[in-house]
Design a protein around this ligand. Sequence first.
Ligand code: ZN
Length: 384
Amino acid sequence: MLEGNVVDVTIADGLIRSVEKSKVEGGTAVEENGFPLSTFHFPLTVFPGLCNMHSHAPMTLFRGLGDDQPLDVWLNDYIWPAEQKLTDELVYEGTLQACREMLASGTTAFNDMYFRIPAMVQAVRDSGIRAMLGPTFFGDADECLNGKMLECLSACAGNTQTIKQSNNQAIFYSIAPHSIYTVTEKGLRRCADACADLHLPMHIHMSETQKEVDDCLREHGCRPWEWLDKLGILDKLGENIIAAHCLHLSDNEIKLIGDHHITCVHCPNSNLKLGSGYRFLMLELLEAGARVTLGTDGSASSNNLDMIEVMKTAALLQKGWRGDPTVVPAEQILKIATLGHSIAPGQPACIFLSTAKSLSDLVYASHGDSVAMTIVDGKIAYRK
Ligand SMILES: [Zn+2]
């Protein structure tokens, strides 16, 4: 709203309190209670914090492992065997590295699915970023029944009550069945029941490859979203489903996703690198009523966690495959990447300062290394 002006942003109790035209010219000063904390001797632009809506943070440890392989070979021959060797210490280190990388590139919150959640919780707390963490399930998801999952989440959050009322915390929880091709019908039902009981979102990979769609048609006689619908999961959880990828969709599936206001996470760099596809139906999903967001996916498939790079790839892909340079302008992609947050009074003080001089500069000409400072809930979590 004050684009092009030098502004003073006042923050208190984790919220932006005021945004006013500044009398100071040239340079950026960050102060706390009137005392200078940092002074940058060049102007910086303030942007709302980016939300990385699909990641596997500890996979920073696997960056570069199995590059240039098909998805099934990459998972079966490289990633899953490597994951067998993980320990709590390694998951903590990988998560902390990921959190620091995200903060250093303007991300203030991320949505993750992985294992060894208590180790991840510690790393998130130590880094100062916001996160939603979901334990990943495969097969029949037995842990949903025998109490292991609840035990795990309770240990992280302090107690079950805290999980249910985690809205005021910097850490939120979800339940993450990996996908419809790695979780059985029984497992999907159990995860959905657990989500409903605990009032937690479900985080799942959906419609990532054509193979997933073909296998689903052969095994269940319907497409992936129709399969979830048949199991009653869409009606049960509705907008509490966060689905990564959503790349291979029929018209009927777009209608199902839209009618249930599902959150779809477009991860263009991961999809391109794994050769999964590039025709993400962003406009059609938005038109149908879905919520569209952006993510990096894990560092093993996107090789970095740079959401500024993701914004550019996502916007360019839409323009490219549709043959229309007017679609998904910079304002729209920033809105999608920040879940609609803005620099305005009352908004959470989750912001970053960048050397980018304008929105165009940020989306089309910058990378994560343009970020000079990142503030999460009013606290400086990263400074160059
Ligand atoms: Zn993923």
